[in-house]
Design a binder for this molecule. Structure first.
Ligand SMILES: C[S@@+](CC[C@H](N)C(=O)[O-])C[C@H]1O[C@@H](n2cnc3c(N)ncnc32)[C@H](O)[C@@H]1O
Length: 334
């Protein structure tokens, strides 16, 4: 799935590969002119907030791929540090103490604009530099964070939930490797956060206490036939399913196909929990039946800040909570 594609506002191929931290960039790494073409790394320690230009995710007319620019040999400074930090669902109190500490320790914080805006006060003010990109551009944003670290800065790259769940931790390691750097060189670390499935599960009661599979409906990085085949397997095998990136205008057909597959394997009255914006100001929580799910795709309850949890064959609703039995009832009397 796309790593950070919480919007469906897709445009042309990425153009935000602009800053290379003072290192010489190869022409391949450069794209079209951007809003701020100055280097952010190794520069002054003024408290600034800068934005990269927007980039597309999944709707590129040219299918142009972002390519990494500077390699490790282009940096003269002793490397700094790079930490991937998960913010959790959104509100400051949903962030772990360790994540907050990691953000306060960082000199530069790099992330998608929405997540930079979600940073608690204190963290924003404390950072020497904030660098955000408004949408997508995951590769160039991650490279930006890496280049800043290779240039000697202590950098945090942030995302919602957990950095290991459809997020940038893996991409950071891949790009470090492609630059001829190592993870140890920048003391690469991952600070976990509460993933959306878990924060949404908590709003719904206890739907996730047995074997669960997460599936993203974003076909930006995984093709739709593969997504469909994974949905079939998970639904057929009786897993509870957490569905990420469920609906966008461009992915309406993916959502419809998903509902069709689920209905093929599960009863119409299977409980389905829908959580929009967990932990955010616009949070909404509803428990519906699988047979009603598809039509909800056309409402503002289901969009790219929604996670859907589809119960397994044993999940039931009790007192407005989803309950998935763990299996204790088959061994104990209560
Ligand atoms: C690119 S994935 C990032 C997942 C994130 N790393 C995590 O651990 O939750 C984005 C998707 O996560 C889900 N999501 C993220 N934040 C959410 C929230 N506050 N409430 C509900 N779903 C959320 C949505 O399905 C969204 O489309």
């Amino acid at each position: 799935m796309s790593t950070d594609d919480t919007t469906d506002t897709t445009t042309d191929a990425s153009t935000d590969t602009e800053t290379k931290c003072g290192a010489a960039s190869t022409p391949d790494g450069e794209a079209a002119a951007s809003e701020d073409s100055s280097s952010k790394c190794g520069g002054s320690a003024s408290s600034t907030s800068s934005s990269g230009s927007s980039s597309g995710c999944g709707a590129s007319s040219t299918d142009e791929e972002e390519e990494v620019g500077a390699t490790v040999d282009d940096f003269d400074a002793d490397p700094g540090q790079l930490v991937a930090v998960g913010l959790g669902p959104g509100q400051p109190e949903g962030m772990t103490a360790r994540a907050r500490e990691a953000l306060l320790d960082a000199e530069h914080i790099v992330g998608y604009t929405t997540y930079v805006e979600l940073l608690p006060e204190g963290v924003r003010e404390d950072a020497e530099e904030l660098y955000d990109t408004p949408m997508c551009g995951e590769v160039s944003r991650t490279e930006e964070a890496i280049d800043r670290a290779l240039a000697g800065n202590h950098v945090a790259i942030i995302g919602s939930g957990d950095p290991n769940v459809y997020a940038l931790a893996g991409l950071a390691l891949e790009i470090l490797e492609s630059k001829g750097a190592t993870a140890s060189m920048v003391e690469f670390d991952v600070v976990p956060g509460v993933p959306a499935a878990q924060s949404c599960g908590a709003r719904l009661g206890a739907p996730l206490v047995n074997d669960t599979v997460s599936i993203s409906l974003s076909d930006h990085l995984t093709d739709m036939p593969t997504i469909e085949s994974r949905l079939h397997a998970a639904a057929k095998e009786g897993f509870t399913i957490s569905i990420y990136n469920p609906w966008s205008r461009k992915r309406r057909a993916n959502f419809e196909k998903c509902c069709e597959i689920l209905e093929e394997h599960r009863a119409d009255d299977t409980p389905v929990g829908i959580v929009h914006g967990a932990g955010r100001e616009d949070e909404r929580v509803e428990i519906v039946e699988l047979g009603d799910l598809e039509e909800l795709g056309e409402t503002d309850l289901v969009d790219m800040t929604t996670t859907i949890i589809v119960g397994n064959e044993e999940t039931y609703v009790w007192d407005d909570r989803m309950v998935t039995p763990r299996g204790y009832e088959s061994k104990y009397d209560y």
